[in-house]
Design a protein around this ligand. Sequence first.
Ligand code: UT7
Length: 345
Amino acid sequence: MPFYARTARVTPASMRSAILGVGHYVPTKVVTNDDLAKLMPTSDEWIQQRTGIKERRFIEHDGIGASDLALPAVKMALERAGRRPEDVDMILFATLSPDHNFPGSGCFLGDKLGLHGVPALDIRNQCSGFLYGLSVADAFVRAGTYKNVLVVGAEVHSTGIELNERGRDVAVLFGDGAGAALVGAAPSDDRGLLSIRLHADGAGAKELWLPAPASKHIPRLTHEMIERGDHFPKMNGKQVFRWATEKMPEVSRQVLAMAELDIDKVDLFVPHQANMRINQYVADKLGLAQDKVVHNIERYGNTTAATIPIGLSESVAEGRIKEGSTVLLAAFGSGFTWGAAVLKW
Ligand code: UT7
């Protein structure tokens, strides 16, 4: 028997958490594939064919951090949940591009929301960060520790990618953006988070990582590291692709089994947006119709911890997610980390 079957059960209806409201925000500056082709040898055709990306958003000017992008996303989530900032009693902030190395972006966001004294926890699980946050929020809510937990995913990638030939394999993939969800007690027995599962395997840590600055080096950052470009992300794209297309279907099946649901009961699949080809492949492998898969990578690129809450927020606005919808979430990324969840909206 696999270990998840031994340790996990569908959450009893009486103690479920739910996403009470979801919001998103992206910067106004649109950067097309043709814009990038002016900075490096790449093309609209190469990027679209391999990834599905047409454009992404970058912050408009210096001085805008992940917590700044998160603020309007949080305000939208709170408004949709019918809550005020002062109702929030815990902040979980998932990002791989925090405003500063420390303190966490959750602290900066709490200050911007006027939440002085409310605990704030940063989550460093990259593309799976939102799902890790959702799982922690679920545990806090079900334990009765906190009532209204903000789960934020926000990234400013544009200041950390190498916009030239050496960095082109990574640079064309990423964009800036934020999404947020307010998690609280499920409003009724038939709604809420039915199942969630997380995984990690550090054997893949260096397949997608940022080598420097690093506390294991004395000093943490040297001129040589900067010349080598160690302060830009490094990725073994083919290896990440291979793992993602294996692990995302596997963990999706785990959470569906935990929720005792067949794939045909899923109304919408909101996957992490790393590559449109990955998500189409995952849907095929699960036997899910392509029109049930949310794609916004063509407009935003990969916004890492923000992809899933942005996808949820847009789907709610478009009426693709309604009360009673069964929604499957799944992500895979750096760590390696991966996970999935099933929600009854
Ligand atoms: O959310 C984080 C998780 N990340 C992912 O899930 C990413 C998973 N991986 C992928 O999506 C794909 O591997 C990529 C889209 C990143 C790359 O696609 P690929 O088919 O694996 O391409 P490749 O890396 O094998 O590169 C093919 C060719 C190479 O040239 P040669 O060696 O065939 O002459 C690259 O140098 O394309 C070249 N290349 C580019 N050409 C134009 C690499 N980057 C670019 C570029 N523009 N931006």
